[in-house]
Design a protein around this ligand. Structure first.
Ligand SMILES: NC(=O)c1ccc[n+]([C@@H]2O[C@H](COP(=O)([O-])OP(=O)(O)OC[C@H]3O[C@@H](n4cnc5c(N)ncnc54)[C@H](O)[C@@H]3O)[C@@H](O)[C@H]2O)c1
Length: 302
């Protein structure tokens, strides 16, 4: 049987490289497209050349992108700048990388007949959430340039599906954590900061009073859902991809343990976040399996 061929943009990053592992296990030949701005070669070094091909390029600049799409069945578009705070400083950079980059990938995918285009959208499109848990149909409330660039990317993906008959699934990721989490960024998400602080024996910094909640999904649960999406006949859908559970930052800090300090809260951040995941649970017969305490233990004991 002919091998399935998948492209993973951003495949050297945290979520992308975890997905590459699963795709290789499923027997796919994988082409990773990454400019290594935050991704690492070491995230993929355990794979052999027969299973993956690494193409180093910037999706916002490269004119010959389409050359890499010949014979491709699935496109997972995960490349992008993924931090919120720096997007206030340089919104243009975020638009070029995330929105324009998405347009380039769509243009390249349009030229070949792909089975499915899977987009890494962000739950940050819900902004200051009023309804908890939040459904896919709830209000979009953009609060920062990052979220805007990601949401525009989703809109582009949906428009391409309609206009050029390109089946797609957009997954709005909630707070993803797990092995290979990017800990380099200065303004990383809560888990990146906590991991760094634990490693350097510094106190955990808690923003505000720590009572704010987020929906944390382990990357293994997330990539299992993505594999099920690939195998399904579903197309042209938007899904929340979270754990469906709400956890406070104080709870995370207490599971990790050790000293903590409180720092001033930031404007424009939601107090609560939690995904309503009934739609994806029903459509792909999937449910998250890794509890937050088990996920944290796995991550911090490595
Ligand atoms: N981590 C989360 O909780 C979360 C939540 C919502 C959405 N997302 C989205 O999921 C995707 C992956 O996020 P992540 O946490 O793995 O981040 P990451 O920074 O680890 O991965 C992003 C990857 O994209 C690559 N990249 C960035 N700009 C590029 C460009 N112009 N050309 C080629 N490659 C480029 C980076 O080198 C990196 O390997 C991102 O699109 C992000 O917006 C992540």
């Amino acid at each position: 049987m002919k091998k399935m061929k998948s492209i993973v943009t951003g495949g050297a990053g945290f979520i992308g490289s975890n997905l590459v592992d699963k795709l290789v296990d499923e027997g796919h030949k994988v082409i990773v497209i990454d400019n290594f701005i935050s991704g690492k070669k070491s995230n993929l070094s355990h794979h052999s050349k027969k299973d993956i091909k690494i193409v180093k390029l910037d999706i916002s600049k490269n004119k010959n992108l389409a050359n890499h799409f010949k014979g491709v069945n699935y496109v997972f578009h995960f490349a992008g700048l993924a931090e919120i705070l720096p997007s206030f400083e340089d919104p243009k950079k975020y638009f070029i990388n995330n929105t324009f980059g998405t347009l380039n990938i769509l243009e390249a995918a349009k030229k070949v007949k792909i089975n499915k285009f899977i987009y890494a959208a962000s739950s940050s499109c819900y902004g200051i959430t009023k309804k908890i848990p939040t459904k896919e149909t709830d209000k979009i409330d953009i609060k920062n340039p990052y979220s805007f660039t990601k949401f525009l990317g989703e809109e582009l993906v949906i428009k391409y599906a309609k206009n050029f008959n390109m089946p797609n699934i957009s997954c709005r990721f909630f707070n993803v954590y797990g092995p290979r989490l990017n800990t380099k960024g200065q303004y990383g998400a809560v888990f990146s900061n906590f991991l760094n602080q634990k490693k350097t024996k510094k106190p955990l910094t808690i923003v505000g009073n720590g009572k704010q909640t987020r929906d944390f999904i382990h990357v293994d649960d997330l990539t299992n859902a993505l594999i099920k999406i690939v195998k399904s006949n579903l197309k042209n859908k938007v899904y929340n991809l979270g754990s469906g559970k709400e956890t406070s930052i104080n709870k995370i800090a207490s599971i990790i343990g050790g000293r903590k300090i409180f720092i001033p809260k930031r404007k424009g951040e939601t107090k609560r976040s939690c995904a309503n995941i009934s739609k994806i649970r029903k459509d792909i017969k999937w449910k998250p399996k890794i509890s937050i305490s088990k996920g944290i233990k796995k991550l911090f004991n490595n």
